[in-house]
Design a protein around this ligand. Structure first.
Ligand SMILES: Nc1nc2c(c(=O)[nH]1)N[C@H]1C(S)=C(S)[C@@H](COP(=O)(O)OP(=O)(O)OC[C@H]3O[C@@H](n4cnc5c(=O)[nH]c(N)nc54)[C@H](O)[C@@H]3O)O[C@H]1N2
Ligand SMILES: Nc1nc2c(c(=O)[nH]1)N[C@H]1C(S)=C(S)[C@@H](COP(=O)(O)OP(=O)(O)OC[C@H]3O[C@@H](n4cnc5c(=O)[nH]c(N)nc54)[C@H](O)[C@@H]3O)O[C@H]1N2
Ligand code: SF4
Ligand SMILES: [Mo]
Length: 678
């Protein structure tokens, strides 16, 4: 038996684990006792991370559509068809009729290469990835206030902090090893405030649980800041030395008295005052947030409010503090860092800056690179429906299940002239493709993932990919070569990382030799830079921290007579997104087999719904039938449905309305009706 240290392929917590293999097959997982995050533990998904790898459903050869059916093809044929298809769209409709979707499941090296392929070979900035559905609000909002859109502190700061404010993060289920660290902090005496109207597990350990209305976070946070300012609880010296724009903030929150905040949030004025005093009274406070904050038509505003609160109380740039967006996918931080974003190259270097474009053009060879920012993924679906996007290349995403308003997404994908999906399984999206390219998964290739705390860690090859499947970086290189483009021949991922380091200031000091055993936290700009656990210590990336006043806007779709319930969507502990991996993992599938809706007992009684009975949930966009799960986790008037299950797809119901700044969809609130299905 062989043990190989690698990174968990599920969440952004970034646990490292040992894959145990025997005779070329994975047989199990062991935790790493010395890793700074795992510390000898794993959650149930980590323990089962080997289980989907040898599943018989893995894609083993390229597939090409012929007479309406997908049939096996050789790599030579598939690559030729893909290049001809993409070039054909480009010739007929221009480069910007193409859209590339990168993957937060793939490595940094693979994300970097796909963005190089889009920009260098196909001359478009239309590249994006699931961060659009997830933390695009963070990238925009925190860049606005701090100059950098990443988690400011490290997970280990939880051990030293005085107070933790968890807002819109179900941490114990979605980032379990961070969740257990928060519970340990609460046990040693750190104060805990939870703002989430579901009674999530952390709420049981909280000093204060705020069950405010979905979509009312701006009102809550503005009111807390009003209390902090009016009671003289701000951190004056921090404010004066390190921030700008304070008068604008003070003016904007002045009207948000606790009474006004209470009227909008459904809390009592006393709860808001208590939260404000508790937060401002802490010697250090960490704000932890996730999708409850970002996935709104006012997601960027929510993020700005979190940043404002931290600036007001001096909780940035030191141990035990900070604004800490928990990044979701194992490598979504890396996908962003590598420039799989329509407006940035790697390292958040703007495509609009001529000097930056020149730097990349010179290194990559070739002529001019496109200057106008590309389309966000969520806007590309509309563009496809309107015929402006004609060809799409999707690497490791399943938008048919993960995009809002599934009917809209399906129509858009079906309308494309040419769709390529590069995957490890034949997903719902891949079934619509003209060509499917089979990829190696995390256990079958080398590379790096960057975790939520900006920790770049080595992913190691343990077993061979199934059949003819190839690593994503090998496939992208082959496509570029076949398109006649030089500069894509690499001996391996470490050579790609060397190129990333040259072109990306935050990764300048990163080499594979330096990453063993437990990685480095960026920014790490030179070969002797030890990395940066805490950002903005002396000054912000943008110099002074910028208060950014926010005006409250209600969610786009609120309950009415016809659709009287608030629907919020999210996740469960045992399943991962569209279920491709976890529903093929016996021990996880056994725990949670079918779609369900959480409904409060008061509502259930009124509707005559009993436990496990089928409930029909309907929105303006669609209707599904799922099993009722009667529970006081949700308050009356609110339903929760996870989006893992194709047979009860939450995204048939969700509202495809976008934040005007970040283009994130409002996954966290729409209006629905519910009744017992006869
Ligand atoms: N097991 C598992 N873990 C995962 C994932 C998975 O699919 N499965 N996915 C990963 C990914 S990509 C991500 S992005 C993260 C997401 O991690 P989380 O954001 O923690 O997960 P969600 O279930 O989407 O939503 C979190 C909470 O937001 C609350 N909420 C809803 N609306 C509001 C609101 O208006 N305000 C506030 N304050 N709270 C609200 C919900 O009640 C819910 O408890 O998880 C990662 N980890
Ligand atoms: N209603 C609702 N919808 C949501 C959300 C919500 O809270 N509510 N959350 C949104 C969020 S935060 C996110 S991040 C998205 C996630 O949306 P997606 O990214 O579309 O979801 P996944 O199921 O994680 O898709 C990843 C795919 O990558 C494949 N894969 C795994 N490893 C590899 C690899 O090495 N190479 C390749 N090529 N493929 C690989 C998997 O088989 C899987 O099909 O969903 C969003 N959708
Ligand atoms: S907490 Fe996240 S990274 Fe750690 S084992 Fe669980 S899924 Fe994997
Ligand atoms: Mo996410």
């Amino acid at each position: 038996m062989k043990r190989t240290l690698t990174v968990c392929p599920y969440c952004g917590t970034g646990c490292m684990l040992y894959l145990v293999s025997q005779g070329g097959r994975l047989v199990g997982v062991e935790p790493s006792s010395t890793h700074p995050v795992s510390r000898g533990s794993l959650c149930v998904k980590g323990w089962n991370a080997h289980a989907f790898v040898h599943h018989p459903d893995r894609l083993t050869s390229p597939l090409v559509r012929e007479k309406g059916e997908l049939r096996p093809a050789t790599w030579d044929e598939a690559i030729t068809v893909v290049v001809a298809g993409l070039k054909g769209v480009q010739d007929r409709h221009g480069s910007d009729a193409l859209m590339f979707a990168s993957s937060a499941k793939a490595t940094n090296e693979e994300n970097y290469l796909l963005m190089k392929l889009a920009r260098r070979v196909f001359a478009t900035n239309n590249i994006d990835h699931c961060a659009r559905l997830c933390h695009s609000s963070t990238v925009t909002g925190l860049t606005d206030c701090f100059g950098s859109g990443a988690m400011t502190n490290s997970i280990a700061c939880l051990d030293d902090t005085d107070l933790i404010f968890v807002i819109g993060s179900n941490t114990t289920e979605q980032h379990p090893l961070i969740g257990s660290r928060i519970m340990a902090a609460a046990r040693r005496g750190a104060r805990l405030i939870v703002a989430d109207n579901r009674r999530i597990r952390l709420a049981r350990h909280a000093d204060l649980h705020l069950r405010h209305h979905n979509g009312s976070d701006v009102a809550l946070l503005n009111s807390m800041m009003q209390v902090i300012i009016s009671q003289g609880l701000t951190n004056l010296s921090f404010r004066e030395r390190r921030t700008e724009n304070y008068p604008l903030l003070a003016e904007s929150v002045a009207e948000w008295t606790p009474e006004r905040g209470a009227a909008v949030t459904g809390l009592t004025p006393g709860e808001i005052v208590d939260a404000a005093r508790l937060f401002a009274g802490a010697s250090s406070a960490m704000i932890i947030y996730a999708m409850g904050i970002t996935q709104h038509s006012h997601g960027v505003d929510n993020v700005r409010c979190c940043a404002n609160l931290a600036l007001l109380t001096g909780n940035v740039g030191r141990n035990g503090a900070g604004v800490n967006p928990l990044r979701g996918q194992n490598n979504v931080q890396g996908g962003c860092d590598m420039g799989a974003l329509p407006e940035y190259y790697s390292g958040y270097q703007s495509v609009g800056d001529p000097a930056i474009r020149q730097k990349f053009a010179r290194y990559w060879g070739g002529s001019d690179l496109p200057a106008t920012p590309g389309l966000p993924l969520t806007r590309a679906m509309d563009a496809a429906l309107q015929g402006r996007i004609r060809g799409m290349f999707i690497m490791g995403e399943n938008p048919l299940l993960s995009d809002p308003d599934q009917t809209h997404a399906r129509l858009a994908l079906e309308k494309l002239d040419f769709l390529v999906v590069q995957e490890i399984f034949l997903t719902e999206t891949a079934r619509l493709a003209h060509v499917v390219l089979p990829s190696a998964c995390y256990a079958e290739k080398e590379g790096t993932f960057t975790s939520t705390e900006r920790r770049v860690q080595l992913v190691r090859k343990v077993v061979e990919p199934p059949g003819e499947a190839l690593a994503d970086w090998q496939i992208i290189s082959a496509l570029a070569r076949s398109a006649g483009c030089g500069g894509f021949s690499y001996d391996g991922p470490s050579e790609i990382m060397a190129e990333i380091a040259v072109l990306t200031p935050q990764y300048g000091g990163i080499t594979y030799e330096r990453l063993a055993p437990h990685g480095l936290q960026w920014p790490c700009s030179t070969p002797d830079d030890p990395g940066t656990p805490i950002l903005h210590r002396e000054q912000f990336t943008c110099g002074l921290g910028r208060f950014s006043p926010v005006t409250y806007r209600p969610p786009a779709e609120l309950p009415d007579e016809e659709y009287p319930f608030v629907l919020t969507t999210g996740r469960t502990y045992c399943h991962w997104h569209t279920g491709t991996m976890t529903r093929r993992t016996h021990l996880l599938d056994r725990e949670e087999r079918a779609p369900f809706v959480e409904i409060n007992p008061l509502d259930a009684t009124r509707l005559g719904l009993r436990e496990r009975e089928p409930a029909r949930v309907t929105s303006r966009r669609g209707s599904i039938i799922v099993a009722a799960r009667i529970s006081t986790i949700v308050p009356p008037g609110v339903l929760f449905i996870p989006f893992h299950f194709v047979e009860g797809a939450a995204n048939l119901l969700t509202n495809n309305v976008l934040d005007p700044e970040s283009s994130i969809p409002e996954f966290k609130i729409c209006a629905v009706s519910v009744r017992r299905e006869a």
